[in-house]
Design a protein around this ligand. Structure first.
Ligand code: TPW
Ligand code: MG
Length: 543
């Protein structure tokens, strides 16, 4: 079997559904192999950041692996920011970079696309991936691929494979379907029992599931655990949208001082917070008035579980959940909570639109039409999304790169066939909005709502007054027509309601709502967040 095909088969076997990419001369043989073999479909965009974001979002919504294929140097270095984000937010993303052949390396010349040394690119990616391999040895390549893809799945973090262009058609053995990394069953049992002992002694335990639960496909198992333990469950900023379809006793999203007071109290005054797959980031916990002490928390992440002061290493979360469930007989819990109330009822009048009105209009739509996966970009729209109906939500809630949402919805629909909704600020749209030009060719028809406040508005909310935050109005609705979609220019709440219904009805072309927002308006959630941050870090007093 040819190395290129062996790699594609292994990707498919590990849960990849497609390859996102942009070719270059060092990657041409692999791209020909992708196309000729038909093992996985190939989806191309205009700029590598979109390739990385789309592959990341595909993996987040569908599960399995995201795959980004690029050329050496200019292509791969363009992927650094999306891969860094995938690393910090735990997305299993496989980066496959073309590379010079052995003969070219031996020439002693500096090669085009080379930054400093030939392995500079490998060294950069080593910093932001959990395993790496160079496929330059036909005998070793199958085992290297197996090891690297296994790490990607087990750690839910990006990995990096370099494929020299003369290696694609070399004959190799198939990639072995290696067993999972071994662990000590005794450790799992001891850890499960320690957790249950702590639970038994707790008066007000709370379960906080995090992104790793989603990445490892464990939502149903965690819901079952919550039911059998009869413990309520809260999500976090980064985990918003998690467990959206599970029947559990739901408290809401924990946002510290920026969120609902009931949820804050339930978490911060709990005597045992069980954090499964939670990233301990500032966006998840930074605006809490009270630190969660190790004595009243259990924390599982990255195959490590800390119960009080004791840490269990090399302990996979799936095995731990199995062990916990095996020790708990089916028990009738207090029942699922009703859907949490969200703002709805858009008033359709001639008033200018505020971010809150967009949330109301979208909730009316989600209520009428049923759930739709949402991708939110960085900016006020991410905070606005916190007040949406609990629905699948994909967003860079921790690393917070702009430019995510438009490529994300393209990747999400390509991966699942489901129509998706992008929420994006005008600043973020200026970064990657062009990629919508690929929607028609790819048969994709996302809904895109541009929060057009003619500024990097969120930054103004943190530090008012900088003229450098001002943006021009680019007439995004008209751009939409040129890119093969339909555009709606919206300035009133009546226009917003009409456009949302029309966009929802129209299939086959992407629909862009350019919502011109009243100046200086931000969402209630961002106001709460900024208020909480300022309360926690008051401006220094001027002597
Ligand atoms: C790749 C820093 C965080 S929020 C923001 C910037 C520049 C303004 C976003 O403007 P937009 O949305 O999209 O119009 P809104 O609601 O605030 O008006 N570069 C990258 N990522 C980040 N996060 C920044 C800069 C930033
Ligand atoms: Mg803006």
């Amino acid at each position: 079997m040819k190395l290129g095909e062996a790699l594609l088969q292994a990707l498919k076997a590990h849960g990849a559904g497609e390859v996102f990419g942009i070719p270059g001369d060092f990657a041409l043989p692999f791209f020909r192999c992708i196309e000729d073999s038909g093992i996985l479909p190939l989806i191309t965009f205009s700029h590598e950041p979109a390739v990385g974001f789309a592959a990341d979002a595909a993996a987040r919504l569908r599960g399995g692996l995201g795959v980004a294929a690029v050329t050496y140097g200019a292509g791969a270095f363009n992927l650094v920011n999306p891969v860094a984000q995938a690393y910090s937010e735990k997305t299993p993303l496989v980066v496959i970079s073309g590379a010079p052949s052995q003969g070219e390396v031996a020439s002693g010349l500096l090669l085009h696309h080379q930054a400093k040394a030939l392995d500079s690119q490998m060294r950069v990616f080593r910093e932001i991936t959990c395993d790496q391999g160079v496929l330059d040895d036909p005998g070793a390549a199958p085992a290297v691929i197996a090891r690297v893809l296994r790490a990607c799945v087990e750690y839910a973090r990006p990995v990096y494979l370099e494929l020299p262009r003369d290696m694609v058609d070399v004959e190799v053995a198939p990639v072995p379907a290696g067993p999972p990394t071994p662990f000590e069953a005794g450790d799992v049992a001891a850890c499960a029992e320690a957790i249950l002992a702590r639970m038994a002694g707790a008066g007000r335990p709370v379960l906080l599931p995090g992104v790793e639960v989603r990445r490892l496909g464990l939502e149903a198992k965690v819901a079952e655990l919550a039911r059998r333990l009869d413990v309520p469950l809260a999500t976090t900023f980064l985990g918003r949208g998690l467990m959206a379809t599970q029947e559990v006793r739901r408290l809401g999203t924990y946002l510290g001082l920026a969120g609902d007071e009931e949820v804050r109290k339930a978490v911060e005054e709990s005597d045992l917070v069980v954090m499964l797959g939670i990233i301990l980031s500032d966006t998840n916990f930074g605006v809490s008035g009270r630190r969660l002490s190790p004595d009243r928390t259990i924390h599982a992440l990255d195959r490590e579980v800390r119960v009080g002061r004791r840490t269990y290493a090399n302990l996979p979360l799936p095995a731990l959940l199995e062990a916990l469930l095996a020790r708990l007989g089916p028990r009738s819990a207090s029942g699922a909570s009703p859907r949490l109330p969200v703002p709805g009822g858009l008033v359709e009048d001639e008033a200018p639109v505020r971010p809150e009105d967009i949330v109301r209009g979208l909730n009316d739509l989600l209520h009428a039409e049923g759930p739709m996966p949402v991708a939110a970009d960085m900016g006020d729209c991410l905070f606005a999304a916190l007040d949406l109906h609990d629905t699948d939500l994909v967003a860079p809630g921790y690393y917070a790169s702009m430019g995510y949402a438009v490529p994300a919805v393209l990747g999400m629909q390509a991966a699942t066939g489901r129509r998706c909704l992008a929420l994006v600020g005008d600043g973020a749209f200026q970064m990657t909005g062009w990629e919508l030009g690929h929607a028609r060719r790819l048969g994709l028809d996302p809904l895109v709502v541009v929060f057009n406040n003619r500024s990097w508005g969120m930054l103004n909310a943190f530090q008012a007054g900088g003229r450098f935050n001002d943006l021009e109005d680019w007439q995004y609705a008209r751009l939409a027509e040129a890119l093969g979609g339909d555009g709606y220019r919206i300035t009133t709440r009546a226009e917003l309601g009409r456009a949302l219904r029309a966009a929802c009805r129209t299939r086959g072309r992407f629909q862009l709502l350019d919502v011109s927002l009243a100046p200086g308006e931000v969402s209630p959630a961002l106001q709460r967040f900024v208020g909480a941050v300022k309360r926690l870090t008051p401006a220094p007093a001027i002597p």
